[in-house]
Design a protein around this ligand. Structure first.
Ligand code: B3K
Ligand code: ZN
Length: 876
């Protein structure tokens, strides 16, 4: 099929639904092979439509009754994703009975079975796989849900809101009735039925209400929920303290499931989580995973206000809830942990995932204006760039006015479905600021590039800043954005200099410049010498500084002295990028004369050795920019060259600082002490393990890594040791990996790490090994965590092997995508994304990659998810 034949949904075509749903009663007879759902909708006409149209997919329609009368077949049509009931009255009741088999639902959308339990995933459009309904977020109603199931197999029956009734039925079955007092859109509906262990706790709100908190997991996993429960309570308290938002029901349930398409889902009062985002204990979770659990638990909880109480009018507004909620979870993590280190991690991920998306064929605005499959738009752009947009507003308004803006937003829109414009209007009104140009960040795709030049004459220092955004698909011409850019000045000895704009009386240590034009000059006075500028401190704007006046010496100075911790890290990264790109160019030219790395290596060592700095920060300094980020800077990506240069620089660093790294590893391992999942302990482990990763470049240190693996009292240290061994050709590698497998073969989440390690390995036999691993008894294409662990990691975190010259990596990936096309197209479409990078590859890889994309497009019966990504990725 061609694009034109696929249904493209457009923002410009938004129209309100012509009926109001006054209430919805759902009754489920749960059975894995044949579940029956009776839906009773009370409807009132609010528009002019004569017919009623409801969404529905992949179900058997058993019956339709209007005001109690079963409708004859000529009054309605069911097919093509819709049920149309002709000539309905102004107000009426509709009863719809549907049937389907949850056990056969491999898409994991709607109602499905995971490890013997029933669960649901309705965002974005899964509810239409349960019953016929206006499955769009602006149709909100009150739900009453009756669940009936076998009591022995499914003793726990949960849905949204409060349980108002329960009891036994004939034939060993039982029932529960749940009522949600809040209006909600269908995507927030959820049910769970299973045999689960409950971890119970409570939270007293600031107004003195006691909330019952439950986390439900597979039997035996209770002890692994302690950290998630603590995180939930911290998040509840934080949202009261910082946003003034209190939980609104008496009960909050969280359920962990093993087969889940993403991290977690914020269903009203019944959050459903991928087990990976809940379970954590020292033996099985790394520090990064603990932090992930903390932030996902908080994120889903925060959605209760930003997403559920105020939801999205249509799916184009997805960032209204996601960008805002990501920003909120980032603020939360910054308050729980080290703020600069959190910011560094966010920027790394923005550069690693969002910038490539924004610069490639799948680029789209934070508020997209069209889609074929909405599931393809749960992207780094909507989430992470969306969060940057909120962060910039926070910056432009200041914390106080931002909070007033939030209050106003809640006051205006609570209980309704809103738009990104509504949010910006509340911010503009509360802050007394004109955000009309700023709002271009919502509609214009692409990462702005800034070019900064300087002059210094007669005591006046001037910065000229040009902004430019490259064309993106469908947007050939870009306008200048309103960009907040924080700058500060240092003198040659590293002391701060005052920042005073010409014509102003006040000087400050730093200043947020507001760019609005394609080119602007800012003049500063009161400087007795030309300062070294520190630009985009704290990463105030998600832009690329493609030209700055910095010399290597300036970068070394900023690394050592910038009072903004983030900017110190950033100076080191920019310095490394410059050097690495020169190394790649030298290698490509066949020259043995690369740039001189000594000064950089020296500066890096000084930061790493500086005991006055946070250990977690020093670990970040030691981590060079990723292969992907370097690739972003090249017109034609030199996969092998980048990798070789990065490895060579790592070796230079390791050679120069061997003694330092041995000392850092020993002292910070000791400083970490017995394992506790604290930010401080994690910082010590991160620094010790960063040092180990340099030591491990020398195969002679394989023994050291193996010792660490054996002695580790926690998964962080064990994994750090395994990562070192993983790339080495030493007997210790197999010894450790086999031991790991035997120890954890009964634990699916840990086994995923074992799969991932092998998918990440730089060894030449990696792809062959992956093909073997697909036959491993624990591997299944039906479990998204396993698919991501093996195939996702290979395609996204192993550039050298994935982009192997013979194209075998591409063919392997596309074979898996085609399998997933029918099994779970949402996951298949995700996996396909790295193939969009072909444009910037050299001719041979270009040909191999486009051939594979053509193979996808030539496949009959492509799911819309896969079709949309393949066709956009392939477009010339
Ligand atoms: N809102 C969900 C994501 C749903 C994805 C649907 N394909 C999780 C979150 O962002 O909190
Ligand atoms: Zn979210």
């Amino acid at each position: 099929m061609k694009t034109e034949e696929r249904r493209v949904i457009r923002l410009s075509e938004y129209a309100p639904y012509p009926f109001r749903v006054d209430s919805l009663a759902l009754a489920f007879d749960l059975d894995p092979a044949k579940t029956r759902v009776q839906a009773t909708l009370r409807l009132t006409r609010t528009g002019t439509a004569a017919d009623l149209e409801l969404d529905g997919e992949d179900m058997t329609l058993v019956s339709v009754a209007l005001d109690g009368e079963t409708l004859p077949a000529d009054r309605y049509t069911a097919g093509d994703g819709k049920l149309v009931v002709r000539g309905v009255p102004d107000a009426f009741t509709l009863d719809v009975v549907t049937e389907f088999a949850p056990a056969e639902n491999t898409k994991l959308e709607g109602l499905y079975v995971s490890d013997g339990m029933f669960c649901t995933q309705c965002e974005a459009q899964g509810f239409r796989r349960i019953t016929y309904f206006p499955d769009r977020p602006d149709v909100m109603t009150r739900y009453t849900v009756t669940l009936r199931a076998d009591k022995a197999a499914y003793p726990v029956l949960l849905s949204n809101g409060n349980r108002i009734e329960q009891g036994d039925l004939d034939g060993g079955r039982h029932f529960a009735v749940w009522e949600d007092p809040f209006n909600k859109p269908s995507y927030l509906f959820a049910l769970v039925a299973g045999d689960l262990e409950r971890v119970q706790d409570g939270f007293r709100t600031r107004s003195g209400r006691d909330i019952e908190l439950n986390i439900w997991v597979e039997h035996g996993n209770g002890p692994r929920c302690t950290f998630a429960m603590e995180s939930l309570k911290k998040a509840m308290k934080w949202d009261e303290d910082v946003y003034g938002l209190e939980y609104d029901l008496d009960l909050f349930n969280v359920v962990a499931v093993s087969a889940f398409n993403m991290g977690a889902m914020e269903n009203k009062s019944l959050n459903i989580f991928n087990a990976k985002a809940i379970l954590a204990d020292p033996d099985t979770a790394t520090d990064a995973e603990y932090e992930y659990v903390e932030s996902v638990v908080a994120h889903e909880y925060f959605h209760n206000w930003t997403g559920n109480r105020i939801t999205c009018r249509d799916w184009f507004q997805l960032s209204l809830k996601e960008g805002l909620t990501v920003f909120r979870d980032q603020q939360f993590s910054a308050d729980m942990r080290s703020a600069p280190v959190e910011r560094i991690n966010q920027v790394r991920s923005l550069r690693g995932r969002q910038f490539p998306e924004d610069g490639g064929p799948l680029a789209h605005p934070v508020r997209p204006d069209s889609y074929i499959e909405i599931n393809n738009f749960y992207t780094a752009t909507v989430y992470d760039k969306g969060a940057e947009v909120i962060r910039m507003m926070h910056r432009l308004l200041g914390a106080e006015a931002y909070r007033k803006g939030i209050d106003l937003y809640v006051e205006r829109h609570d209980g309704t479905a809103a738009t990104c414009d509504d949010f910006a209007a509340a911010m503009a009104d509360a802050g007394g600021r004109d955000l009309s140009q700023f709002k271009l960040w919502y509609s214009q795709a692409g990462t702005p590039q800034l070019r900064v030049t300087e002059t210094y004459e007669d005591g006046v220092y001037a910065l000229t800043i040009r902004q430019h955004t490259d064309p993106t698909p469908g947007q050939p011409d870009k306008r200048p954005l309103h960009i907040p850019l924080e700058v500060g000045f240092l003198d040659r000895t590293g002391q701060p200099l005052p920042v005073r704009l010409e014509g102003e009386d006040t000087a400050a240590d730093s200043r947020v410049l507001e760019l609005r034009e394609a080119e602007q000059t800012f003049r500063f006075t009161g400087l007795a010498e030309k300062p070294v500028p520190s630009l985009n401190r704290g990463f105030t704007a998600p832009v690329r500084l493609v030209e700055t006046p910095h010399t290597d010496a300036d970068r070394a100075l900023l690394m050592a002295h910038d009072p903004d911790t983030f900017a110190r890290w950033e100076a080191g990264q920019q310095y490394a990028v410059d050097l690495l790109l020169k190394m790649v160019a030298a290698r490509a030219a066949g020259s043995n004369e690369g740039p001189d790395t000594a000064a950089f290596v020296e500066a890096l060592g000084s930061s790493a050795a500086d005991e006055s700095l946070d250990a977690a920060f020093r670990a970040q300094v030691l981590t060079l920019p990723s292969d992907d980020f370097l690739a972003e800077q090249m017109a034609v990506i030199d996969i092998d060259g980048i990798h070789a240069a990065r490895e060579a620089l790592r070796r230079d660093i390791a050679r120069a600082h061997g003694a330092l790294f041995r000392r850092l590893r020993d002292t910070h391992r000791a400083a970490a002490g017995p394992f506790a999942p604290t930010a401080e302990g994690a910082g010590h482990r991160a620094l010790a393990n960063a040092a180990l990763s340099y030591l491990g470049l020398d195969a002679a240190n394989a023994k050291l890594a193996l010792e660490q693996y054996r002695a580790a009292d926690n998964m962080t240290d064990a994994m750090a040791a395994l990562r070192v061994l993983n790339d080495l050709d030493v007997p210790e590698r197999a010894e450790a990996l086999d031991h790991f497998h035997d120890r954890f073969k009964g634990d699916p989440l840990v086994l995923d790490k074992w799969f991932s390690l092998q998918a990440m390995s730089q060894r030449p036999d990696t792809l062959a090994r992956l093909k073997d691993l697909m036959g491993h008894p624990a591997f299944s294409m039906r479990n998204p965590n396993r698919v991501r662990a093996l195939i996702g990691v290979f395609a996204n975190a192993n550039p050298v092997r994935f982009h192997a010259e013979d194209g075998a990596g591409y063919a392997f990936l596309v074979d898996r995508v085609l399998e997933l096309n029918s099994l779970n197209p949402q996951i298949g479409a995700r996996l396909l994304q790295p193939m969009g990078r072909w444009r910037r590859m050299e001719a041979a890889r270009k040909a191999l990659m486009t051939r594979e994309l053509d193979r996808v497009l030539a496949t009959p019966d492509l799911a819309p998810d896969v079709y949309e990504i393949a066709s956009k990725a392939r477009a010339e």
